[in-house]
Design a protein around this ligand. Structure first.
Ligand code: ADP
Ligand code: MG
Length: 319
């Protein structure tokens, strides 16, 4: 059983990036306005994600890191109207199986925060009062301690640096889609990247990409019924340098489906031709494809693609 658990957990959590993604999605689901991500030794020694969200109710604490426990859906129908990032109840359980996890949390009703130490099975082994404000801090130490080959693989300095860059890119993706969110990334106690609270998506793009890149973007909106689709985004002006299909464009392309950053090769292909980022907010979407939910199936994909076909291609962009 231990081995099965280790194998399935190590598929959900394959790298530092996955851990950070799962933890910040939990923070966002908790309606946080501020998230601090602190890494030590590129996250291999310690990943800490602190938020000022709703905290975990004492009643939910014992089950929080048990496999398939989630406080986010209570019945099957809820799956049809997902508006949280998490719903599988897999992340904390999987992270516990491959590292040492300490969770500190406090809700608005609690007088003090409580720090819980978890074991490999996600059970609480000790708890003590602590002094943090409202919200939740999850500390993940010695990632892959029981998967020495994987730990070794991620320890090379090339891999470490790539991973830190990917974490930064991921935080940028959330920073753009959540303008009000304050977010910081610290590595070995030094500030690595941060984004302040701003009021709208354009200001968030400026904060993340810089004013020069954003100056050449134009806003775009499309809404239709039957099938119901809403697309919003910022696209490079037809004559701008950004409007090329070079590989550097893909680094600066942020795609979201229902506020979820995604990689979708068909959409990306179309985006390459006409846009730098867009957001489909009411598209029917199946995020149940891969555990990390980065790949999605779009029910209306063909409609979307044909729609984009008519807006594209090359020189003639209608905004
Ligand atoms: P899921 O996000 O799919 O529900 P997780 O394993 O990521 O599953 O988290 C399990 C549960 O722990 C969540 O449903 C939530 O109740 C609680 N939780 C985890 N992180 C936080 C957080 N930062 N703030 C509030 N609650 C949290
Ligand atoms: Mg989660």
């Amino acid at each position: 059983l231990e081995t099965v658990r280790l194998l399935s957990s190590s598929q959900v959590i394959t790298c530092v990036l996955n851990v950070v993604k799962e933890l910040i999605e939990n923070s966002l689901d908790a309606s946080s306005s501020r998230i601090e991500v602190k890494l030590e030794n590129y996250g291999l020694d310690r990943i800490e994600v602190r938020d000022d969200g709703c905290g975990i109710k004492t009643a939910d604490v014992p089950a929080m890191a048990l496999k398939h426990y989630t406080s986010k859906i209570s019945c099957h129908e809820d799956l049809e109207h997902l508006n949280t990032y998490g719903f599988r109840g897999e992340a904390l359980a999987s992270i516990c199986a491959i590292s040492e996890v300490v969770v500190t949390t406090r809700t608005a009703d609690d007088d003090v925060s409580t720090q819980y130490t978890l074991d490999l099975n996600g059970h609480i082994v000790s708890k003590r009062p602590s002094h943090l404000g409202q919200g939740t801090t999850v500390c993940v130490m010695r990632l892959f301690k029981n998967l020495p080959v994987r730990r070794q693989y991620y320890s090379s300095s090339k891999k470490c640096k790539e991973e830190l860059k990917k974490v930064q890119d991921l935080l940028m993706a959330y920073a753009i889609i959540k303008p009000e969110l304050r977010i910081t990334l610290t590595h070995n106690k030094a500030m690595f990247w941060q984004k302040a609270k701003v009021s709208d998506h354009r200001a968030a793009l400026v904060a993340v990409l810089g004013a020069a890149s954003v100056a050449s973007l134009l806003p775009f909106q499309h809404r239709q019924e039957q099938p119901q689709i809403a697309i919003e985004g910022y696209f490079p002006k037809p004559d701008s340098d950004l409007n090329s299909t070079s590989s550097s464009t893909s680094d600066k392309t942020f795609i979201y489906v229902n506020n979820r950053p995604v990689h979708h090769k068909d959409i990306l292909k179309v985006c390459f031709e006409i846009c730098d980022s867009f957001n489909c907010s009411t598209l029917h979407v199946d995020v149940n494809l891969t555990p990390d939910k980065v790949q999605v199936l779009l029910e209306n994909k063909s409609v979307l693609i044909s729609l984009y076909g008519s807006y594209s291609v090359g020189n003639d962009v209608h905004i």
